[in-house]
Design a protein. Structure first.
Ligand code: BTN
Length: 277
């Protein structure tokens, strides 16, 4: 069965023992679909309720940030969540940050030192284990919905990966040396995410950014940031109240960036010592 959602044992098991009140209010599972975020967006446009989660075992056209594609390996978890917060489009990057905190905390329950690489990669020992894509729908200048797409390398066998990819990506299985129950992982992730979302809805952005800072792999690093308009380099010194990354440039001036790609460099100003972390 493909391209067709159904009430599988999977959704039943996720629902069973789920401690959330909003996230997971409706669950849809696909064995194979182009992109859970594409499906979630369609559902959101049709008025699907907040907290709807779309899962897939396989995505044939998974989407990543900056128009890149996202490959879903067997054993990974991919899901997209519909949120409808009462906030302005300018606050959406905070939802991305809070999602990073929730994913990192979920992984840390397994005794793994998961960290957040700005803006939204979750890394272990500098290798990417999860990608987050947040997209929004706007109606007459107001936020209609956010689609939070999360892909985590959970029970992924890294043995089959190319050498270059193994140097930059990892999985929970590779870190722990064993599989973990995916249902339990998803329930825990939705719970952590709901906790962060409640903070966001209460406008407690300080708690979210403090948690983000404590888990950050980026703050204090020399970074190279590429945005659609420019490339800049400097020390990542702060995340501000609005979720912007404050970078101190070589000339001492400060710049605040909200979206872009970030590369961690090994030494201050050493360009050829980069690691794509
Ligand atoms: C990134 O580029 O790091 C973000 C990757 C986001 C991938 C997830 S998997 C579930 C959801 N569906 C998609 O098509 N993309 C997101």
């Amino acid at each position: 069965m493909s391209e067709e959602a159904h009430n599988s044992p999977f959704t039943g098991e996720v629902k069973d023992g789920l401690k959330t009140t909003v996230l997971g209010s409706s669950l849809l599972f696909y064995e194979s679909v182009d992109s859970t975020s594409r499906v979630a967006r369609e559902l959101a446009k049709e008025g699907a309720i907040e907290g709807t989660v779309v899962f897939a075992d396989e995505q044939t056209e998974g989407r990543g940030r900056e128009g890149r594609s996202w490959f879903s390996s067997p054993g990974s978890v991919q899901l997209s969540i519909i949120l409808r917060p009462d906030t302005s489009p300018s606050k959406v990057h905070m939802v991305t940050l809070m999602t990073g905190v929730a994913v990192a905390k979920t992984i840390r329950h397994y005794g793994i030192d998961a960290r957040i690489k700005w803006p939204n990669d979750i890394t272990i020992g500098g290798k990417k284990v999860c990608g987050i894509l947040s997209e929004m729908g706007v109606l007459r200048d107001s936020l209609d919905y956010i689609i939070l797409g999360i892909g985590v390398n959970v029970n992924v066998d890294m043995g089959s990966y190319l050498k270059e990819l193994k140097e930059t990506a990892t999985s929970l299985k590779a870190e722990l040396g064993r599989d973990i129950p995916r249902i339990e992982f998803i329930q825990s992730l939705l719970w952590e995410l709901e906790y962060q979302y409640k903070l966001f809805e209460r406008h407690d952005l300080t708690t979210i950014s403090n948690e983000w800072k404590a888990l950050s792999d980026t703050l204090g690093s020399w970074v190279k940031i590429t945005t659609q308009k420019e490339m800049l380099e400097g020390e990542a010194i702060e995340i501000n109240r609005d979720g912007g990354l404050v970078v101190k440039l070589k000339d001492g001036s400060l710049r605040t960036i909200f979206t872009g790609d970030c590369t961690h460099c090994r030494g201050i100003g050493i360009e050829d010592g980069e690691s794509d972390r």
